[in-house]
Design a protein around this ligand. Structure first.
Ligand SMILES: NC(=O)c1ccc[n+]([C@@H]2O[C@H](COP(=O)([O-])OP(=O)(O)OC[C@H]3O[C@@H](n4cnc5c(N)ncnc54)[C@H](OP(=O)(O)O)[C@@H]3O)[C@@H](O)[C@H]2O)c1
Length: 269
């Protein structure tokens, strides 16, 4: 259909069978969400590829009762699992990690062979972003060898000492603030070229403002929420306008919609 030079594409969304234990579905999903080729050097990537994954209600809320769990469904959990299985590192705001009781990402048998073939570690690393280091010292993933805390030199010295004593690995990415460009430099130094940002909205807002987001995988949950929940990206700095295009639209039997939005001008495979 065409109207005044605009072409409308009647696109039937691809159906995906719900059910997180269906190995072939998981592998088909993985094929639908490729990261670009690594190593990260021209003409491929000049910095790590940043993919974000979020779930929101139809009206844009990312939480219900302060957490995202009520918005999720089996299909969303399958996509979440697949995106983790493809990533080198899960990048997450410390607030999200603690509010959502994040554990260390664990190896996934379904993708063990693929990760080995891609020369990836059995599970992605976990990178927590925090300026204030407001992370409980007994937060379980903190002492794990594959967890790092990306912070800045001016973070409170006593908290630094406390977290280091608890076994945390702190990496400074700036002086008085966490510089997200430096965050990606540090990721690249560790061989983490496939970055998966799982939120929250403050962290994604900063990444968008800095023009560091290459892809957004968005689950639209079949609910209306209203209230005062955040949307997927927000921040205090002036709004920007970044061009993205749809790379993929999927639906499942439960009425969820999964979209994959890629930065215009950058292909993911
Ligand atoms: N629906 C979804 O898909 C989804 C996904 C993730 C999270 N959530 C929800 O979102 C909420 C948390 O989100 P949030 O926006 O409050 O926090 P957030 O984005 O998870 O956390 C921001 C964290 O990043 C740190 N930070 C350090 N430098 C930063 C920088 N340059 N830019 C941005 N952040 C920086 C802040 O640390 P300091 O405070 O130490 O400075 C803060 O802890 C939770 O309710 C969670 O359930 C929903």
């Amino acid at each position: 259909m065409q109207h005044e030079g605009v072409m409308f594409h009647l696109q039937k969304a691809t159906q995906v069978t719900s059910g997180t234990d269906d190995t072939s579905t998981l592998r088909r999903l993985a094929d639908a969400y490729p990261y670009p080729q690594v190593p990260a050097s021209p003409p491929c990537l000049t910095r790590p590829y940043v993919r974000a994954n979020f779930v929101s209600s139809i009206d844009g809320a990312v939480t219900h009762n302060g957490k995202s769990a009520d918005l999720a469904g089996p299909g969303d959990k399958a996509i979440f699992r697949v995106l983790r299985a493809l990533a080198d590192v899960v990048l997450v705001g410390a607030r999200t990690a603690t509010v959502e009781d994040y554990g260390q990402p664990s190896p996934d048998d379904v993708f063990a062979h693929a990760r080995n073939r891609a020369e990836q570690t059995p599970a992605p690393a976990l990178a927590l972003v925090s300026r204030t280091l407001a992370i409980p010292a007994d937060y379980p993933p903190l002492a794990h060898p594959d967890t790092v805390v990306l912070t800045c030199r001016d973070a409170p010295a006593d908290t630094r000492r406390e977290l280091v004593a608890a076994g945390a690995t702190l990496i400074d990415c700036g002086d008085d603030t966490v510089d997200l460009q430096i965050v990606l430099d540090r990721c690249a130094e560790r061989g983490w070229h496939r970055v998966l940002c799982e939120g929250g909205p403050s962290l994604l807002g900063s990444l968008v403002t800095e023009d560091l987001v290459d892809e957004v995988c968005l689950t639209t949950s079949p609910h209306l929420v209203a209230g005062d929940a955040s949307r997927i990206a927000h921040g205090r700095r002036p709004a920007v306008l970044r061009d993205m295009h749809t790379e993929l639209i999927l639906t499942d039997d439960d009425g969820f919609m999964f979209t994959r939005w890629v930065r215009t001008g950058r292909t993911s495979d």
